[in-house]
Design a protein around this ligand. Structure first.
Ligand code: GRF
Length: 208
């Protein structure tokens, strides 16, 4: 397959971009048969944009509009246009701190992926590793799921388990979860673009 004919990933993130970097490295190494077409952030100085530009990837800040937890309507259209122009086949959320709604989700139906730092359906929402630590679970992890209208409620594609240790702080637990995220996300994307995953209702069947 030539580089041009590979499936195209559009990535959105608000933070430091370690998941994006892991996915980019896996694409570069040929472990994920896809290419990153565009990286977008709602945060102008986000590390994810620097990491993308350092790798020679197209990267854009698109202002999110007036709200804190979602995109404004105009902004959401702008995001749709950017990824359509980039001919993105899959949208990969990697630390994006806002909820996507319409028109975005209907523009890319069943093609928006998210990574969540806990074993869903436990601990949806913000700072999930902290929620897990405070609750006292012995194991937590990360979940890759398709994005639907809810918050962290879409069909689960893959999960990885991480132990919670007695001397964990929120920071040490989050770092252990992130190590698994960086391993699992590229594998899940590879399985999806290789059509190794089949959806039956909410269930994702096949091997990641
Ligand atoms: C990850 O922990 C992810 O699960 C959460 O946000 C964090 C993003 O980290 N949704 P990074 O920007 O990829 O380093």
């Amino acid at each position: 397959m030539t580089n041009e004919s590979l499936p195209r990933l559009g990535i959105i993130g608000s933070g430091k971009g370690s998941n994006m970097a892991a996915i980019a490295d896996a694409c570069q190494a040929g472990e994920v048969p896809a290419r990153i077409a565009l990286v977008v952030s709602d945060v102008e100085n986000a590390g994810i944009l620097d990491l993308a530009r350092n790798r020679g990837l197209a990267a854009r800040f698109i202002p999110p509009g007036p709200f804190k937890t979602k995109l404004g309507e105009e902004a959401e259209w702008e995001y749709v246009r950017a990824f359509r122009d980039a001919q993105a086949d899959w949208i990969v959320l990697a630390g994006f701190m806002r909820i996507l709604k319409q028109p975005f989700l209907s523009a890319f139906p069943q093609r928006v992926l998210n990574i969540h730092p806990a074993l869903l359906p436990a601990f949806p929402g913000l700072r999930a590793w902290q929620q897990a630590l405070d609750y006292g679970v012995k194991f937590t992890g990360c979940t890759i799921h398709l994005v639907d209208q809810g918050v962290d409620t879409g069909p689960i594609i893959a999960q990885a388990v991480v132990p919670v240790l007695d001397d964990d702080t929120p920071a040490t637990l989050h770092e252990r979860v992130q190590v698994e995220e960086r391993r699992l996300y590229p594998k899940a994307i590879a399985a999806l673009v290789n059509h190794r995953i089949r959806m039956v209702g909410r269930r994702a069947l096949g091997m990641v």
